[in-house]
Structure formats: C-alpha cells, structure tokens
Design a protein around this ligand. Structure first.
Ligand code: IVH
Length: 709
C-alpha cells in the first residue's frame, strides 16, 4: 500500500483486507497526529484523502472488518476538510449593548413602549452574568446529543460534536427533555485551569494563550478531539434554539428546567421585578467579578415572560427582548510616541496613536484610534470641550482602554508630564498619500481624501476589501499580495484581478510564476482560485463594491430586494435624483436609511466609479439572490401599509411581525401596494387606496390573515 502498489478492493481476500485495514488505521492516525499535534505534515492532503478513501472502500466491501478505531469515524480528522459546516436551525443571535444605567433604562423603556404596557404593569427581567467565552449550540434529538455547533456567523457554524462530547458539563443523554431541544450556552475556561494550561504549555515550549477566552476557543476548535479532551473546558447553558415543546413559560423557568435536565446554569441568574432590582444585581455581580474564577464582561438582562419575548422578536442579528450591560472598559497609562494618519477605503483620514506597548486587560496594545481631528483637539463634533478641553500631542502620557474586542481607544491625557517643546497636532488638510485636498464636508466628523480612485491608499484598501473573506474571498490572494501587485502595477482596480491570468499567465512575456517566491504550481493555483470566484452571489458582489455604509447585512438586504445585478444597478441609477419611485422603493427596504441610500446613489452616479464596477462585472457570473421565501405565509413578498390607530399591537410590532412573515412594509400607498391595514382614524392613505383599487382590511382581518387572531 505505501509502496504505491494497490490491489483492487474486489480482489482482496478477507485476511488481506483485515491486514490492510490495520495498516491504514495506523498510517492515518500517524499522519493525523503529525499534522494536528505536531504541526509537521508527513504526507500531503491528496495522499491523505486517497488513504482515507481506500480505507472506506475496503470497509464497504467487508463491513464485518470495520475496526473500533476506524479512521472513518474520526470526526474532523481529515486535514484538508477542517470542520464541516452546520446551518443552524435557528439563527444564533448576538446582543445589543448598554454601557451605563441610562442605557439600561432606555432599553426597558423601549420594551415597554413596544409592548404598549400601562405604567403600572409589571415587567420582570432575568439578570445573569455575561460569560466571556464562545457560544455553542447543542442539539438533542430524543434526549441524545446529536450535534454541537459553534456560532460561526450566526447562520452557519462549525460542527464540533466530537469535541463537545469531551466536555464534562455537556450531558450525552437527557431524560424528560422535549423530542427536539437545542441548548445554547457558553464554553469557557476557569482561571485556575487557564493558568495550569499555560504553565504546562510554557514548560513544553508550546503556544501560550493570551486569555481564557482564546484558550477556550483554541481548545474547542481542535481538529483532533483527543486534544480537546485534555483541555479543561466548561459550559454554562443560558438559552435555546429550536425546541419541539416549550421548557416553561418564562425565561427563569426555562433556565431552571435546563438545570433539572443536567446542565450547569449560572448560579447568579435571578429574576428582577424592575429596573432598580436589575441594577442592584449588576452591582452585586460586578462586586463578585474578581472572585468568580472565570471571566465575565457584563450582565445580560432578558424579558422573563416568553410570550412577551415572542411578541418583541428580533432585529437583524439581536433580540429586542435582551441587552448586555457591559462592565466599564479596562484602562492603562502609556506614552503616545507619535500620531500617524491612515487613509481608508472610503478616503477617511484616520489618526492612529502609536504607543509604547502596554498590557490592557491581558492584551498588549501598541496602537489606538484617535477618531478624528476634533477628538485630538479636545472637542466633540459640535465644538463642545471633551476631557476638559485638553488636546492630545505626541510625547503625552495617555490612558488607553479596551472594551470588548473593539480597537483600543484613548480615554484621557496627563498634562503634568507634557514636554515643554510639545506642539499641538497639525491635522493635515491634504491626503498624506496622494496630495489631493482632504476637505471636511458639512456634518462629517472626518476629513476625506478627494482623490477617489487616483489615491493609491484608497485604491489598495478597496482592493483589500474586494478580496476579503466576506467579499470575493480568493484563496491565496490576501492583503499582502494585493499590496505587492498594486505596487508593481499588476492590479490597479478590481477588474484587473480577473484579467491577471490573461496578462501574466502562461505564454506572456512577464509571468506570475517568475516572481520571487512563486513557481508554476503556485501561480496555476492562484489563477484557479480566481477563476473559482468568477461565479459570485449578488450579495457578496454588492458588499465587495465597498460603498460607504453598505456592510454585509445591508448588502444582503439589497440583494434580496433587487434579486439581480441588472435590476440593482438600474434601480441605483434611477434613484439618483433622490426622489421618485426608485428612491422610495430603496427607502422602503427595511434597514435602508437615508444615509445609506444617498451613499449608494452617489456611488453609482460617479462616472469613473460606475465604469470601474462595470469592468468588474463583465468578468463575473453573478448569481441571483434568493428572495426570502416564507413558506405558508400569506403575505410573503407583499407590500403592506399600516395606517390609523392599531389597537392590539404597536406600529413597531405590526411592522416587525409583517416583515418576519416576508412582507415589505412601506410608509406610503402607491400602485405597488398590495394591502392597506387601516385602523380607526385612517385618513388620506385609505382614500388613496380606494382610488388606486388597493385592498384595504382592518386590524382584526390582518390578524386573522396572518394567523395571529
Ligand atoms: S443570551 C438570543 N446570555 O454573548 C440571545 N448570551 O454578545 C442569545 N453570552 O453570542 C444570547 N453570556 O455568546 C446570552 N448569559 C448570557 C451570555 C451570552 C455570554 C454571549 C453569547 C452571545 C454574546 C453576545
């Protein structure tokens, strides 16, 4: 076998097959250990796959010979495959944040208003620590753990079932659980376990983790579950996804059920009658934080009544019924060595503080954002003083803070040690990269380079964005290579990526394979990777364009709304006057506001920009976006307008519910409107609907129609 002479599986005798399966098990285990444990692959991926396939073929022919340690059962062992992807039955949400009691009070007020609660009506919440780990979804069917998946992007995560099975806090079997139950919670590592793991790693000369969360993530995402098994991971259950029967009718009752079923739940989870009790519990958790023995980064409040949670529902990625009240950020003082200006993809001139490295909450920080020129000068966007009006200069001692994963910021400056020769920072009014004017538009807090595509910094940043993971995600074409190819003039704009092979491929005078560090195989591989991305989903393409305010979520909304590139492009051009039907249609998309709409139409109105997009699209096969299909929803795809007074729900609730059923809610009646839901006091909209022959129903009819009556 290893000598390359393989006999047909059909020609093997029983005895030969047994011997070969034993050899294969040993060989594959050895290869896997070399790859995962020692980071020193012995054979390449293709050879590994061939051995695995041969093993599977022999097992298929001789099922009785399948070994207890068969390589086929080693989940996640295939080095090339990594983890299999898992689509979550229900999206894994994140949480909105509040940073002070005022933010929590606003949240409680917004929930009350959404639910239209009378002033004296009670509104209990649960309050519990926000564990600083990584979330995991555990699927039980018939009480048996069948799948464990990481959060991933919330929609698709990684299948880490074999690894999750090694965690003591995660039961394999449940008794008395609903037929289908997805338990969600946080995987974390305790402080003593983290310290011991790092001490062991230091002694062995292997990798030291920066903090317990990284250690937990690194341990759970091991391709070899036997490594995870040696890592002391723990799990707190605090939520659920798909479920065939409710656990209870409250959040607190459901968490208690999870505990009865055998899950570890956090002992600091309590039910609070009102805002005061919530903030008291926050204070208690904050006071106990240092002695808990694991990292937490705030307190999570959730509406206790599950029927209210259902009414409140979700925004794009966060529930309306929960919020995380974050602890204040961690702080440290250090020296600001100099201030540099970076030019971003959209031309923004961003000041960056280069710092003498300092540890802030366990992470070494050497750069921090300074936001914009007002911030450096000690004033806010309206000109009012911040930090008592103290400006920030090179040579100052500054206080750095980190909150969550965000870029470190500067909180304060200490003037007592300011050198005598320190001078105020002179914020450039021209682009440091291309020399173009960098004006500050009315209402904009930043200066922007006006060089557009001629500015090399903007061009490179755009190209980096184009190849980034959420955009074209081209294997082997990362930020560094883009910079080099731009510098050498091989790629100046996105379309050039797709003509690289034509210009620098086989038979051309100058070839990629002749660049330093390149060869025939690597060049062919890159061309292949580029070709593989010519076919691209519309939402990725829209995101890749790098238009200001159009992030991944907005790109998806636009793609789903317009369906095809042609329709999207035509609509953006038609919406340019910022009035009329195309403009109204754009604004009617839930999640699209005026700022983003303006940014979109401006981008498409610029001749050079549009020409560059067209050159790119000419090389692509853009896939149509799937319109949201809400099976069985009678209002899916319909344009609905609400008017007059609604008595059984608030306007916000009606809109959110309609959208969750696939309808589009618009603020005005037009010939495109499918349905007008009119409450008492409906005025001009009802009249217009009659004129246009738009179907009009009342609130009760609406509730019956959508099955909520
Ligand atoms: S509830 C639908 N409760 O925080 C609500 N999340 O910033 C789902 N987290 O992705 C989340 N402790 O990984 C909830 N007690 C807790 C939590 C918690 C930590 C994490 C979770 C989530 C992230 C959002």
């Amino acid at each position: 076998m290893d000598d390359g002479i393989e006999r047909e599986v059909g020609a093997l005798s029983h005895q030969e097959a047994r011997a070969e399966l034993a050899r294969l098990a040993e060989r594959l285990a050895q290869a896997s250990a070399a790859y995962h444990r020692d980071d020193a692959p012995e054979i390449d991926d293709a050879a590994y796959d061939r051995l695995k396939q041969r093993n599977a073929a022999i097992e298929a022919r001789f099922p009785d010979l399948k070994r207890g340690d068969s390589p086929s059962d080693q989940v996640g062992f295939a080095p090339a495959a990594g983890f299999a992807k898992v689509r979550h039955a229900q999206r894994m949400m994140s949480l909105d944040n509040a940073f002070d009691p005022g933010g929590v009070a606003d949240f409680v007020r917004s929930v009350r208003s959404y639910l239209n609660l009378e002033e004296e009506a009670g509104l209990p919440f649960t309050a519990e620590p926000k564990i600083d780990g990584l979330s995991l979804s555990l699927r039980y069917e018939g009480g048996i753990l069948v799948q464990a998946a990481t959060r991933g992007d919330g929609v698709v995560g990684e299948n880490v079932t074999a690894n999750a099975r090694t965690i003591d806090d995660i039961p394999e079997r449940l008794s008395g659980a609903p037929e289908v139950l997805e338990v969600r919670g946080e995987v974390y590592m305790s402080h003593p376990d983290f310290a011991a793991l790092n001490a062991r790693a230091a002694a062995e000369g292997s990798k030291i983790f920066a903090n317990p969360r990284n250690a937990a993530a690194g341990s759970l995402r091991q391709l070899d579950p036997s490594i995870t098994a040696r890592r002391p991971l723990r799990f707190f259950a605090y939520a659920w996804g798909e479920i065939s029967a409710p656990l209870a009718d409250t959040q607190s009752g459901s968490v208690a059920r999870l505990s009865d079923l055998g899950f570890a739940t956090n002992p600091l989870t309590v039910r609070c009658a009102d805002l005061e009790a919530m903030l008291d519990h926050y204070a208690r958790i904050e006071a106990e934080r240092a002695t808990l023995g694991y990292d937490i980064d705030g307190v999570v409040y959730k509406v206790d009544d599950l029927s209210r949670q259902r009414r409140l529902g979700f925004r794009a990625t966060t529930p309306r019924w929960a919020i995380a009240h974050k602890f204040p950020a961690e702080l440290a003082w250090t020296l600001l060595e100099r201030i540099e200006i970076q030019v971003g993809r959209t031309g923004a001139l961003s000041p960056v503080a280069r710092l003498t490295p300092v540890t802030v909450g366990g992470v070494v920080v050497s750069n921090a954002t300074l936001h914009n020129e007002d911030y450096i000068a000690g004033r806010d966007s309206r000109g009012a003083p911040i930090r008592g009006g103290r400006d920030i200069r090179a040579g100052d001692r500054v206080q750095v803070y980190r909150a969550g994963d965000v870029i470190p910021k500067i909180a304060d400056v200490d003037l007592s040690g300011r050198p005598d020769d320190a001078v105020p920072f002179d914020f450039p009014t021209t682009c440091p990269e291309c020399g173009s004017d960098a004006p500050r538009e009315e209402g904009d807090s930043v200066r922007r380079c006006s060089g557009g595509l001629i500015c090399p910094a903007q061009a490179v940043e755009r190209l980096k964005h184009v190849v980034s993971r959420a955009a074209f995600d081209i294997d082997g074409l990362g930020a560094k290579l883009v910079e080099e190819l731009y510098r050498d003039g091989w790629i100046r704009e996105p379309a050039d990526i797709f003509t690289l092979k034509e210009r620098f491929g086989p038979g051309r005078p100058q070839q990629l394979k002749n660049r330093e560090g390149w060869g025939e195989t690597s060049a062919a591989k890159l061309f292949e990777a580029i070709d593989a991305r010519r076919r691209i989903p519309l939402e990725r393409l829209i995101f890749a364009l790098g238009i200001r305010h159009v992030g991944e979520i907005n790109a998806r909304l636009l793609a789903r709304h317009y369906g095809t590139w042609a329709a999207f492009e035509a609509a953006m051009r038609a919406a340019e006057p910022q009035a009329g039907e195309a403009w109204d249609d754009l604004l009617a998309i839930d999640g699209v506001g005026r700022v983003m709409a303006r940014s979109l139409v401006t981008a498409f109105a610029q001749e050079a920009e549009r020409a560059s997009m067209e050159r790119l699209v000419a090389h692509l096969d853009v896939q149509e976006a799937e319109r949201p299909r809400m099976q069985g929803s009678p209002v899916a795809g319909k344009i609905v307008v609400f008017t007059g007074t609604l008595e059984k729900m608030t306007r916000a609730e009606a809109k959110a519910r309609a959208e969750s059923l696939g309808a589009k809610v618009s603020g005005s009646v037009s010939a495109r409107t499918d349905l007008l839901v009119a409450g008492p006091g409906a005025g001009s909209k009802a009249k217009k609907a009659v004129e246009l022959g738009v179907e009009t129903i009342d609130e009760d009819d609406w509730l019956r129609l959508i099955g909520d009556a």
